[in-house]
Design a protein around this ligand. Structure first.
Ligand code: IMP
Ligand code: MG
Length: 187
């Protein structure tokens, strides 16, 4: 059971939160994605999984547990100057100690591809900085209707329309990341 008093935010009522993707649905879809990604990458070479903090941590952990490809796990933190609902084009890597990725296979993992700014910027930074063998981008959620730049995840779990989502890593001002499902507040 969810501790309603703990999660209740001043301007949102947790009792209004609607489940969009249940823990079971996420688990099933994550297994499908893990199988697809295992097919995509060689099983006898390391795959560098680059998890974007903080939102993709839950998805990354569940995804890699289901994969058979030998992985190296790295985290990066990006800044995106916007408000809590919308990112801007000004995306920068602000904290990372990534090893040399020349001639390596790389999978970038994010919680959601929304405007696409984060994905587009990160893919171009990685392509510019390294000679990567195979570079793929996976997100749990694809909010294609909000896209402002030309990018699409190579793989994604679920497509949604223009809803602000919370849970399973996705936050509203830092809260709700620990919900085991993805939900939204109907307006
Ligand atoms: P972008 O707009 O594709 O650059 O996405 C940037 C970031 O915005 C994502 O990694 C999320 O952290 C955040 N974001 C976008 N849509 C949502 C949402 O519906 N809920 C919570 N965070 C979101
Ligand atoms: Mg976020």
């Amino acid at each position: 059971m969810i501790d309603i008093d703990f999660l209740n935010m001043p301007d949102r009522d947790i009792r209004e939160l609607q489940v969009l993707f249940s823990a079971e649905e996420i688990d099933k879809r994550t297994q499908e994605l893990a199988d697809i990604i295992d097919e995509e990458f060689p099983q006898d070479e390391p795959l560098y999984v680059i998890s974007i903090l903080k939102g993709s941590v839950l998805f990354t952990c569940d995804l890699i547990k289901k994969m058979r490809t030998p992985i190296q796990l790295e985290f990066i933190k990006v800044s995106s100057y916007g408000n809590e609902f919308k990112s801007t084009g000004n995306v920068k890597i602000i904290d990372s100690k990534i090893p040399n990725l020349n001639d390596q296979n790389v999978l970038i993992v994010d919680d959601i591809c929304d405007t696409g700014n984060t994905g587009k910027e990160l893919l171009s930074i990685f392509k510019n900085d390294y000679h990567i063998k195979k570079l793929k981008f996976v997100t749990l959620i694809n909010k294609r209707c909000n896209r402002v730049v030309d990018v699409d995840p190579d793989y994604y779990g679920f497509e949604v329309d223009d809803k602000f989502l919370v849970g399973y890593g996705l936050d509203y001002i830092g809260f709700y990341r620990n919900l085991p499902f993805v939900g939204w507040f109907p307006q």
